[in-house]
Structure formats: C-alpha cells, structure tokens
Ligand binder design. Structure first.
Ligand code: HEM
Length: 514
C-alpha cells in the first residue's frame, strides 16, 4: 500500500515537474510555443505580455464582440501595456503587437516578413490572391506588372477624370447647401466612380449598382469581424454550421458579380478598339485612356495572368482604391469643419488656383498645395483609413530581439504608432503644422505610416493624395464647411478600414464669389 502511494506520489511530482518545464517553453493550453528573448533576458524586458481572461490565453477574450468593442479592446490593450509593444497568445499562435515606430521599422524593412497574417485569410474569399494578399513570386511579378499603371504620367491622365467626377459631386453638394450633409452618402460614390474609371477604365453610371456593391462590402466586413472574434469561426466547417455563412456567400456574390460586369465591359471595349476604332480614340471620338485593367488584359494575352488573377486584382483595387480614400476624405472634411482657422488657411492656399481655368490645373499645381497636404496627413495620422496591418512568420524569426516561433502572427497598429507622444507631442490634438517640412526633419521615418512602408507599401498612395486634393480644392473654393458631428460623439469601429458607427455630417455654406 505504502509503495503504491509512493509510486503515485512520485509519478505526480514527475508529471508536475515535466509540465512546469514544458510550460516554460510552451503555452500548453494555447497549444503554442512561447516567445523568447534572443539574449536570454526576461521576456518582460522586451515586450509586455497581456494575460488572457481565461487559462486559454486570449482565445476567448473577444467572444461576441461588436466592431466597436473590438476597436475599444485594442485601445485598452495599448493602455494596459502603457505604450509598450505587447503579446497575446491565441490558439496555435502568439500575436506580437507593435505600437512603436522603432520596432515597426525592423519588421516593415524585413525581406523575410512579407507574408500577411491570418486576418487576411478572411479576406481571401473576396480578394483571392490579389496584390494585397498574395506573397512570394506571385506578389513580386504582379507588383512589377502594376507599378507602371501608377506612374506620374498616368496620374496626369487620371486628373481629368478626378475633375469630371468632382464636377458631378459639386452639383450634388450645391443642392444640399444649408442642410446637414451626411458625408458617408456622397463621398464613397465619388471615390468608387473614380477608381472604376481610372484604374479599371469603365464609367460607373448606375448609382444603384454602386450602392449595392458598397452595402455588400459592409456586410462582408461585419462577417469578417464576427470571425475575428471567435477563433473557431476561422475553421470553415464551424463557420458553415454556426457563423453567418449565408450572409457571407450572398454578399460575396453581389461584390463578385459587380467586378465581373466591369471586366466584361472592359473586354468588350478592348475588342471594339482592336476591330474598329482609330487607335487611342473611343467610339464617341474621345481620347481613350490607358487603365490598369488594360495592363492586366494585355498580360492575359501574353499568358502572364489568367482570368481568376484578373478578377482578384480588380476586386483588390476596387476595394483598396475606394473605401480607404473615402474614409480619409470624410475625416479630413470633418476636421476642416471643426477647425475654422485651419480651413481658412487652406482656403487662402487654394484661392489662387481659381484664377486658372479648371482644365489648365496640372498635377504640379496640386503638388504645390503644401498646407493642404499637411491637413490630409494630420487627418490620416489621427484617423488612419487602415488602422493596422499584419504579418506572418512562415518560419521561426528573430525580430526586435525576440524569437518568434514559426506561425507567429504580427500586428502593426498604425493607429497607435501614429499617436506615439514621443514623435507627436499632444498626439490627440489636430495640428497640421507638424507636417510642414521644417517640423518634420528629424522625425523617425516610420512614425507616420498611413500607407504602410517598405516593400509592401501602398501602390496607390500618390493616386489617393491627388484625388483627395482635387476634391478638397473644389469644395474649399465653393463652400465654407460648418461642423455638425462632434469628435466626442464618434464611436469608432474596426472593419477592413476604420469606420464610425454613425454617419459623419457637416453643413455647407456657399462662399461669396469675389
Ligand atoms: C487614403 C488612401 C489609402 C490608404 C490610407 C491606403 C493604405 C494602404 C496600406 C496601409 C496598405 C498596406 C496594407 C497591408 O500591408 O496590409 C495598402 C496597400 C495597398 N493599397 Fe492602399 N491605401 C490608400 C489608397 C489606395 C488606392 C487609391 C489604391 C489603388 C487605386 C490602393 C491600392 C493598394 C494596393 C493594391 C495595396 C497592396 C499593395 C501590395 O501589397 O503590394 N490604395 N494601402
């Protein structure tokens, strides 16, 4: 009897010791290897570990959260870590959260950390292997193929389209003078029209169709956040049985049908061009423009991309090209309405452009608007359209003095990085002057990264800045912006882009023509 008890006792002690040893290297209940430091110093000296709410790490901390709760959850984590980078442990993977420019630098410049993280897998049904998500050779060849489509000379051609769309939007705005204007009702239509006509070369005349597409994107975002909050919903069978699978499929079809129609329309146009019209002139006698989609269709003829590849790129560019820019424009207009002095300074800067004929205005004129660009940058700093980006360790990697095991996830919180008081004193104050050249000289190069940085930076950043400037100039020349929505009333939400729960509104007052 004594021997049996002793044997059991020894077995329990041995098991306990084994588990303790294992626990040092593995987070057993999260089924994951722990992050360690390269120099053997305590982990806490390099990164703050946020204890999960359950013994399973942070796996169930987000359960049943809404998009606004997820936004708050991430802000609370930042507060809890007191501005340091922090770690979460999820099922099968640690998640390294970076909130400082100093550490973002090494990650964004790494040639080994180019693969996107698990969150992007949830976008795959929508964007497939498009430029945003793809990796390795596919990404490399597509990036090379598409970069010329955003060359300076091409932007100069796009300028006419931006001006045309601007003119259409101004007509709508003139009808809304004096009323509360919900920016979310008018701005996304403008940016969607622009991306369809510039990048894809197809005019979007049917407003209803555009609205349906945008609603579908929002619905897809809701489903994505639902899946982010419950690790089990990453698994397809569980998602199929217990998630909003039907909603996902229905909206995916709307989004894909929309882009397929655009591709079909473009194919027809290309065929007509080949068979009949004089080179470079369309059927209405207008000079036809070269769009990104032309590049893709030509590459298809050369066997460099297939139909699915074209669909993936079109879905990627349509989404990336319209929602990000719309979000930034909405917040910039809001900030102008809320800061009369800033608005006045912008007005004074853009006023001389009124002396020129609209058609004469060139990319150089818009590039010369230094203060307006500071305003756009400061709005992007406070309200980045893309609040975070992710990376994935395909193998064990050493970064920032940490050994991240294979399959680790990395999240770079652009939102927090750009509110770091070390680089931006009084970070929550709206101060466009921060971005004047003389005030930016010694700033850390990764402190302001709304378009990300390194090899996987935004291919459309110059396009976006130009498009936004064209609209802002036209609005400032015609109207005075008055505030309606107050900053303190905004409830932020995480989606694929940063969103406000309720539409953002301003009022317009017609400016006296001098
Ligand atoms: C204010 C406007 C915009 C912002 C803030 C923005 C931001 C970003 C960011 C942060 C990324 C990196 C994403 C990541 O690593 O996950 C990105 C990538 C990308 N953006 Fe933008 N973007 C904007 C406008 C545009 C426009 C207008 C287009 C196209 C017309 C565009 C096309 C893309 C594409 C294709 C990628 C993927 C690039 C790659 O991985 O090679 N973006 N953008």
């Amino acid at each position: 009897m004594f021997m049996t008890l002793l044997t059991y006792g020894l077995l329990i002690v041995a098991l306990w010791t084994l588990l303790k040893c294992l626990n040092r290297k593995y987070f057993i209940l999260s089924l994951v290897k722990r992050v360690q430091t390269q120099d053997g110093s305590p982990l806490d000296s390099k990164v703050f570990v946020i204890p999960g709410k359950t013994r399973f790490g942070s796996n169930f901390d987000l359960l049943k959260m809404t998009p606004s709760m997820v936004f708050q959850f991430v802000r609370d984590a930042h507060k809890q870590a007191k501005g340091r980078n922090y770690l979460w442990y999820f099922l099968f993977a640690p998640l390294y959260n970076v909130v400082r420019a100093e550490e973002a630098d090494e990650i964004l410049q790494s040639t080994k950390l180019l693969t996107k993280n698990i969150v992007y897998d949830l976008l795959k049904p929508f964007m497939g292997e498009g430029l945003l998500i793809s990796t390795d050779r596919k990404w490399h060849s597509r990036r090379k193929m598409l970069t010329p489509a955003f060359h300076f000379n091409v932007l100069q051609m796009f300028l006419d389209i931006f001006k045309e769309e601007c003119h259409k939007l101004l007509n709508i705005l003139h009808q809304n003078v004096g009323d509360e204007l919900e920016l979310n009702h008018v701005i996304p239509q403008f940016t969607l029209n622009n991306v369809c006509e510039t990048a894809l070369g197809v005019k979007l005349d049917d407003m209803e169709e555009g609205n349906r597409y945008r609603n579908a994107i929002h619905a897809l975002e809701d489903v994505m956040i639902e899946r982010v909050c419950n690790p089990l919903l990453y698994y397809k069978p569980y998602f199929y049985l217990y998630g909003s699978y039907r909603k996902h499929i229905e909206n995916l079809k709307i989004a894909h049908d929309f882009s397929s129609r655009i591709i079909e329309q473009k194919r027809q146009q290309s065929k007509q061009k080949r068979t009949g019209s004089i080179d470079g002139i369309d059927e209405f006698g207008r000079k036809s423009r070269y769009a990104m989609l032309d590049t893709l269709l030509e590459a298809e003829n050369e066997g460099l991309i297939d139909h699915q590849g074209i669909c993936d790129e079109v879905n990627t560019f349509m989404f990336e090209g319209y929602d990000t820019t719309a979000t930034c424009l909405i917040f910039t207009l809001l900030m102008l309405a809320l800061h009369e002095d800033v608005q006045q300074r912008c007005f004074e800067e853009v006023q001389p452009l009124s002396d020129k004929d609209n058609e004469e205005l060139s990319v150089f004129d818009f590039n010369g608007l230094v203060y307006l660009e500071c305003v756009i940058k400061e709005s992007l700093r406070l309200f980045p359209s893309v609040p975070f980006v992710g990376r994935f360790c395909t193998e064990e990697c050493v970064v920032n003095g940490l050994i991240l095991p294979k399959n680790s996830q990395i999240c770079l919180h652009i939102y927090d990085i750009m509110r770091d008081p070390v680089h931006f004193p009084n970070p929550s104050q709206f101060q466009p002057e921060r971005f004047l050249p003389e005030n930016s000289v010694n700033r850390h190069p990764f402190a302001f990264i709304p378009f990300s940085a390194g090899q996987r930076n935004c291919i459309g950043q110059k396009f976006a800045i130009l498009e936004m400037k064209v609209l802002l100039v036209a609005i400032l020349q015609n109207f005075q912006l008055l505030p309606v929505t107050r900053l303190e009333d905004i409830i932020f939400e995480y989606g694929i882009v940063l969103r406000s729960q309720k539409n953002i509104a301003i009022k317009l007052k017609r400016r006296q023509q001098s």
